[in-house]
Design a protein around this ligand. Structure first.
Ligand code: AMP
Ligand code: MG
Length: 464
């Protein structure tokens, strides 16, 4: 099958990537294909389902035009500096230009690359399905995100805590340029590469912005809006390392991510995040920290030390943009079209009650939207409700801000468990239901329920 792909990123120069074919797999089988996304990419779903299509989606055949590439990047992981990370289990097949823009097609789990270090370059079915389900749910929730085009079983086993079925995800992204990509070249004092990368990122993502300072401001604004959006849905990314923050402003690298069930602001899901660095209520703070790293990386092409005051100001703009966006998002959740600074106390007041009552984040807001009392036994809530009602909230606004369905962690785990045992039905059911989260299909009431104590997922592991 012919894919209309270019390999634009490779034109940046040899230091940006390593050409690398995928490692062939034994017995590829198509598990999931996102037909709507395929069509929006001008690809024919039937062709992708054919043996030739499957060969491309499994890495058994490379696009005819050029070699796949592993992209180089660095990053701060949990605050510690790693000068060389790079695509250790992923390959960029190339980019495709459609009427809606240019998009990268990447295989994740396609085998070893020069950046694999001790890793096997593979992914098992669990993280592949998790990323497929959650990224497509995020899309349906209206959050900027990478997408999932396909999931393929490899017919091989991958050794983790035990042997699991191997799988490959085809990811679609506005680009795979990360904060860590800039850090990689800054750490090598490669000023030319920084300039080329800046020009590439501006052209692809922010054509209206100018120069490194313009890029910095554009990324600051995009990330501030993104993280406020996450917060309004109770989403925890889980591993906000600088290599997992996309310059495009899309959510990227779904590892041990999760949506909050019972609300608690310090909730952490990642089993390796013992310090709570990436807890729910730390995300804005960490976003700002990551953007300061981006500013540092851009400094050599912004005029060096003299540019520090302006760059600092541009990073500090994060706070105001985030706070305005947070207020707008949570205001909408409470039906307030133009929330004022005073209304913020209404938001925090409700969140405090929810934390005390361990109320379900999604269901509390949805109950308010549907006119039910989410906390009938709470006197504090009754008082809060009176204050809120006095503002004449708009239910229409609330319906668009408060989903009935989110990809709940325990449901994802159950779907993965079934898929490992050979049953994909829970996964496809989840994906279908989550396509219209604000307007849930009939017969999906069970997907709205928080986990029973025995269903609760305490921690999710990094998506390896
Ligand atoms: P991530 O968990 O996606 O943020 O990955 C962090 C780094 O580890 C990246 O450089 C990945 O390419 C690399 N990595 C993660 N899993 C594997 C694996 N199974 N094999 C090789 N490299 C990996
Ligand atoms: Mg990553």
């Amino acid at each position: 099958m012919h894919l209309p792909l270019a390999q634009s990123y490779a034109t940046l120069g040899p230091q940006f990537f390593r050409a690398q074919p995928a490692e062939p797999v034994a017995a590829p089988e198509l598990l999931l294909l996102n037909e709507a996304l395929a069509r929006s990419l001008t690809l024919d779903p039937e062709a992708l389902k054919s043996p030739e299509g499957l060969a491309l989606l499994s890495g058994n055949e490379a696009p005819a035009q050029h070699s796949p590439i592993a992209q180089a990047y660095a990053g701060h992981q949990f605050g510690g500096w790693s000068p060389q990370l790079g695509d250790g289990r992923a390959l960029l097949l190339g980019d495709i230009t459609t009427p809606e823009g240019t998009f990268d097609l990447q295989l994740k789990g396609s085998g070893r690359t020069p950046f694999s270090r001790n890793g096997d370059g593979r992914a098992w079915l669990g993280p592949v399905l998790r990323e497929y389900i959650v990224s497509e749910a995020m899309q349906a929730l209206g959050v900027p995100t990478t997408r999932a085009l396909a999931a393929v079983a490899t017919g091989e086993r991958v050794q983790r805590e035990r042997a699991y079925p191997g799988a490959i995800l085809t990811r679609v992204a506005a680009s795979h340029i990360r904060v860590g990509t800039f850090q990689y070249f800054a750490a090598r004092n490669d000023v030319q590469a920084l300039e080329a990368l800046t020009a590439f990122a501006l052209k692809r993502h922010y054509p209206e912005a100018e120069g490194p300072m313009g890029l910095l401001s554009a990324v600051v604004a995009a990330q501030a809006r993104l993280i406020a959006h996450w917060m309004s849905l109770g989403f925890i990314h889980g591993v906000m390392n600088t290599d997992n923050m996309a310059i495009s402003g899309q959510t990227i690298d779904y590892g041990p991510c999760a949506f909050i069930d019972a609300y608690h602001p310090q909730t952490v899901y990642s089993s390796i995040d013992r310090m709570g660095r990436y807890a729910y209520d730390q995300q804005a703070q960490i976003g700002g920290w990551n953007l300061a790293q981006l500013a540092s990386a851009l400094l050599p092409i912004m005029g060096g030390e003299e540019a520090i005051p302006e760059a600092t100001e541009r990073v500090n703009a994060f706070r105001d943009i985030y706070q305005a966006e947070y207020l707008a998002r949570f205001g909408a959740k409470l039906g307030l079209a133009e929330p004022t600074a005073e209304d913020l106390s209404l938001v925090t007041g409700l969140l405090e009650i929810m934390a005390t009552e361990q109320a379900d984040f999604t269901n509390t807001f949805r109950a308010l939207t549907e006119g039910h009392n989410p906390l009938p036994d709470s006197l504090a809530f009754a008082a809060w409700h009176g204050r809120w009602q006095a503002l004449a909230p708009s239910l229409d606004l609330m319906k668009q801000a408060n989903p009935a369905l989110i990809p709940r962690n325990h449901r994802i785990e159950q779907a993965i468990e079934a898929a490992v045992a050979g049953d994909l039905a829970p996964t496809t059911r989840l994906i279908q239901a989550l396509a219209t989260p604000f307007d849930p299909p009939e017969g999906t009431e069970d997907l709205r329920l928080p986990p029973l104590p025995e269903e609760e997922v305490q921690a999710t592991f990094c998506g390896t």
